[in-house]
Design a protein around this ligand. Structure first.
Ligand code: NDP
Length: 285
C-alpha cells in the first residue's frame, strides 16, 4: 500500500495564540476519526497578516481559525463571505474550496447550538438581554435575530459601540433589536427569558469580577449564559445557580463553534463528546 506522509493542515492565526485551546479538541477529534490532519497555533502579528494569508494559500491549508486581532482584518484576503459573516462583519473560520478561501463565522452558531443542545432552549420567540457589544456579542446577536427572537436588548458600557452594533444589525436583519446604555446595576426583569454575558468581565485572571446585574427580579426559569469559558463557572453563573436559575457556560459555545468548524473543514460528523472531554480536561488541568 502506498504511504502518505503529508498531513492536511489547519491552524489558528492570532496574537497571542499560545494559550488558545481550540487545537486540543481538534487534535482529539482527528485522532478519534483516524484522520491524518494537524492543527497548528500560529502567532501572527497584525503587520504580518498579509504574508501569513499568502502562506495559507501557498501551503494549501484546508482551513484556518482567526482570533484576536485578525477577525475583521482578514476579510480583504478572502474570496467570499457567508451571509452570516457579512452581517456580523467578522470571520472566525475560513475553509478552502478548491483555490477559494471562504469566510464563515461559527461563534454565534456555536452559541445557538449550545442553547438548543445543552440548555434545551429554542431561541425563537424568546426575549433576550445581552451584555456587551464586542465581537462575540455581534456574532451571537446576529444569529439570535436570524433565529427569530421576539426581542433582543443590548446593554453596553460604551454608547457608541452599542448603538453602532444595534443600528448595523437592525439594518442587516430588520430584527427586533434595541439598545440600552449600561449605567449602574442592570435589572433583569421577569419578562426576560435569557440573559447573556457577552463581555469579557470575569475572564481569567480577573475571575473575581462580575457583571453589574441585579437578578433579584428575574424569573426562576430565566436562563443565565456566559461566553467566558475560563473559568467555566464564572461568578455570574455561580450567583444564578445559587438562585436556582438554569445556566449555560462558555465552554458550550467554544466546543460547538469548534464542532461546526471541524465539520466544515473535514466533511465528517464531529465526535462532540470527545471534543468536549478534551477541552474540559485541558482547561481544568
Ligand atoms: P471585545 O473586546 O470585542 O468586546 C468586549 C466587550 O466587553 C465590549 O462590549 C466591552 O464594552 C465589554 N467590557 C469589557 N470590560 C468591561 C467592563 N469592565 N465593564 C463593562 N463592559 C466591559 O471582546 P470579544 O467580544 O471578542 O470577547 C468577549 C468575551 O467573549 C471574551 O471573554 C472572550 O474570551 C469570549 N469569547 C468566548 C467564545 C466562546 O466560544 N465561548 C468565543 C469568542 C469570545 P465596551 O464596548 O464598553 O468597551
Amino acid at each position: 500500500m502506498p504511504r502518505n506522509y503529508k498531513a492536511e493542515l489547519v491552524a489558528v492565526l492570532g496574537q497571542p495564540v499560545a494559550e488558545n485551546p481550540t487545537g486540543v479538541m481538534m487534535e482529539a477529534a482527528f485522532q478519534e476519526l483516524g484522520l491524518n490532519w494537524r492543527y497548528l497555533n500560529l502567532e501572527v502579528a497584525p503587520h504580518q497578516l498579509a504574508d501569513a494569508m499568502t502562506g495559507v494559500r501557498a501551503f494549501g491549508l484546508r482551513g484556518i481559525n482567526l482570533t484576536i486581532p485578525h477577525k475583521v482584518a482578514v476579510i480583504p484576503y478572502l474570496d467570499a463571505l457567508s451571509p452570516e459573516a457579512r452581517v456580523i462583519g467578522a470571520v472566525n473560520t475560513v475553509r478552502r474550496q478548491g483555490e477559494q478561501l471562504l469566510g464563515e463565522n461559527t461563534d454565534g452558531k456555536g452559541f445557538l447550538r449550545g442553547l438548543r443542545s445543552d440548555a434545551g432552549i429554542d431561541p425563537k420567540g424568546k426575549r433576550v438581554a445581552m451584555l456587551g457589544a464586542g465581537g462575540a456579542a455581534r456574532a451571537i446577536a446576529a444569529e439570535l435575530l436570524l433565529a427569530g427572537v421576539a426581542d433582543l436588548l443590548v446593554v453596553n458600557r460604551s454608547l457608541s459601540r452599542g448603538q453602532t452594533m444595534v443600528d448595523d444589525l437592525r439594518q442587516a436583519t430588520n430584527g427586533p433589536i434595541r439598545f440600552e446604555l449600561w449605567q449602574g446595576a442592570f435589572r433583569v426583569l421577569s419578562e426576560i427569558d435569557i440573559l447573556i454575558n457577552a463581555t469579557s468581565i470575569g475572564l481569567f485572571p480577573d475571575a473575581e469580577a462580575k457583571p453589574d446585574v441585579d437578578l433579584s427580579q428575574s424569573r426562576k426559569d430565566c436562563l443565565v449564559c456566559d461566553v467566558v469559558f475560563n473559568p467555566p463557572v464564572t461568578r455570574l453563573l455561580a450567583e444564578a445557580k445559587d438562585r436556582g436559575m438554569p445556566t449555560l457556560d462558555g465552554l458550550s459555545m467554544l466546543v460547538y463553534q469548534g464542532v461546526i468548524g471541524f465539520e466544515l473543514w473535514t466533511g465528517h460528523k464531529a465526535p462532540e463528546a470527545v471534543m468536549k472531554r478534551a477541552l474540559s480536561a485541558a482547561l481544568l488541568s
